[in-house]
Write a protein that binds this ligand. Structure first.
Ligand code: 5AD
Ligand code: SF4
Length: 479
């Protein structure tokens, strides 16, 4: 057995505390001479699973490793350092990661010097660490979401001592500023405004893996946004588990509405934000969205369920009626507004009638897109302790029924776009067809169309020709 040094180990009890105020710490980069020499021009590979917060973490880790003189590769077979940045939100996300760790066995055999690291939300759970330690002896380092700032130190320790390291701090978390960043995209950027979550929805592991809800200062957020605008970024997405809670902890008058107003006042063509929490969504935010044409008229507003009894056991702090009232209030003020959502099907003991409440809510809102999930029990959350009288087969049946219902609206609204012209931010050469470009409309629909690569990064006018339900085909129009 290889020796393991536990610098810190995860602890669910500590992870759920909400006592301390977050400190702001400024990142300092001081690698040892040996590390600078060892890692110079070596290659690193990162594979990220899960949400935008994880993608943003990959950008931070890439920034740190670039600073160390390393070079990013997208081919795991040629990597000297490989990082799997994991997601714990559902079991199938975890299963994918275990499969990928398994695939690394061969790569490790061929390249004994490869350093394999696992980080992200999965690693915040003690039972996962135990499983990886015993099942995958070739995993070298595991570190948590709060420990990214120590990446270089962990790598240095590893090359000095050649033992396995586990460094996962379960605590409420701080704000780390001045972290290096290498962005994955050249025209679209994510900017964290809050970290962590205080909501403790009864099914969700995130408040345990990412710590307390804490807001960055307006000054730091605006500094980051201004730099992005200077570099020519066309779209900024303000990121937080609950953006509507922004500023609560700062106690200096900062609110999400004020922040959004300031960001939209910068010279950036597109502003988005993710994720909104229904009962924290303030009227002032609606006014700010209405005031700025560069705030996209598309809101992701997770409902999770349309049944009041299920919402209550989920510990969501709103009723079906309040959710619908909010949607209608927004639609009345901004008639062009479109909504997407997250829905969980098959929460423990959900009756068929309760499920139908979700279907009827979806029919009322008319979502133009949605993410639907089958409930997945997460160790340590209150819902995972509940007995469940719904079979998995029944959950799958309900899931399919809901998707069918949702697709009626998706299709109706996509079809309505055909023949009309929309602004599209051109992002890349289409992954499926090299002769086409791809980009997103204001209402977040992906469109494929013919055009010259030089258009990437520009906003162009595209007439929609065909509706393929989850994507559209169009042609550029010159006006
Ligand atoms: N099971 C299924 N879906 C979940 N989500 C969060 N936790 C779970 C779980 N245990 C979904 C919620 C959330 C989205 C990011 O993931 O819908 O909004
Ligand atoms: Fe999880 Fe609820 Fe927080 Fe979203 S708001 S991250 S679902 S606890």
């Amino acid at each position: 057995m290889r020796k393991v040094e536990f610098i810190d180990i995860p602890n669910l009890e500590k992870a759920r505390l909400r006592k301390h105020n977050a400190d702001t710490i400024f990142f300092s980069f001081n690698p040892s001479k040996e590390a600078l020499i060892y890692f110079k021009n070596k290659k690193y590979f990162i594979r990220t699973y899960g949400c935008q917060s994880n993608i943003r973490d990959e950008e931070t880790m890439s920034g740190i490793l670039d600073k160390l003189g390393m070079i990013k590769t997208y081919n795991e077979n040629e990597a000297d350092v490989a990082i799997l940045n994991t997601c714990a939100v559902r079991e199938n996300a975890e299963d994918k990661v275990f499969g990928q760790i398994g695939d690394f066995k061969k790569i490790k055999e061929q390249n004994k010097k490869l350093i394999l690291l696992i980080c992200g939300c999965m690693i915040e759970q003690k039972h996962i660490i135990d499983k990886i330690l015993s099942t995958f002896p070739y995993v070298d380092i595991m570190f948590g979401t709060h420990n990214i700032k120590d990446l270089v130190l962990l790598l240095s320790n590893y090359i000095d001592n050649n033992i396995r390291y586990v460094d996962v701090s379960s605590y409420e978390g701080d704000i780390i500023e001045d972290l290096p960043v290498k962005r994955l995209e050249t025209y679209k950027a994510f900017v964290n405004i809050t970290y962590g979550c205080n909501n403790f929805c009864s099914y969700c592991i995130v408040p345990y893996t990412r710590g307390k809800e804490r807001s960055r200062s307006e000054e730091e957020i605006l500094k980051e946004c201004e730099e992005l605008v200077k570099k020519g970024y066309k779209e900024i997405t303000l990121l937080g588990q609950n953006v509507d809670a922004y500023g609560k902890d700062l106690k200096n008058g900062s609110t999400f509405a004020r922040l959004l107003d300031k960001v939209a006042s910068l010279n950036v063509p597109r502003v988005r934000f993710l994720t909104s929490y229904p009962s924290d969504f303030k009227d002032e935010v609606i006014d700010v969205i209405a005031k700025h044409s560069n705030i996209m008229k598309f809101i992701h507003l997770p409902v999770q369920s349309g049944s009041n009894s299920i919402l209550k056991t989920m510990n969501r702090r709103y009723t079906r009626e309040e959710y619908l009232e909010l949607v209608n209030k927004i639609k009345n003020k901004i008639p062009s507004m479109e909504f997407s959502t997250d829905i969980i099907v098959g929460f423990p003991n959900e009756s068929y009638e309760e499920f139908l409440d979700t279907v009827s809510l979806a029919r009322e809102v008319h979502y133009t897109s949605a993410f639907t999930f089958i409930y997945s029990p997460r160790v340590g959350t209150p819902a995972a302790k509940m007995k469940d009288n719904v079979t998995y087969e029944e959950k799958v049946k309900r899931f399919k029924e809901l998707v069918k219902e949702l697709e009626i609206d998706f299709n109706f609204y996509a079809q309505r776009m055909v023949g009309n012209t929309y602004e599209v931010l051109v992002e890349e050469v289409s992954k499926k067809n090299k002769n086409l470009l791809s980009g997103y409309t204001e209402n977040n629909k992906v469109v494929h169309f013919k055009g010259d690569k030089s258009l990437i990064g520009n906003i162009v006018k595209v007439k929609i020709l065909e509706n393929h339900l989850y994507s559209l085909i169009g042609e550029i129009v010159n006006e």
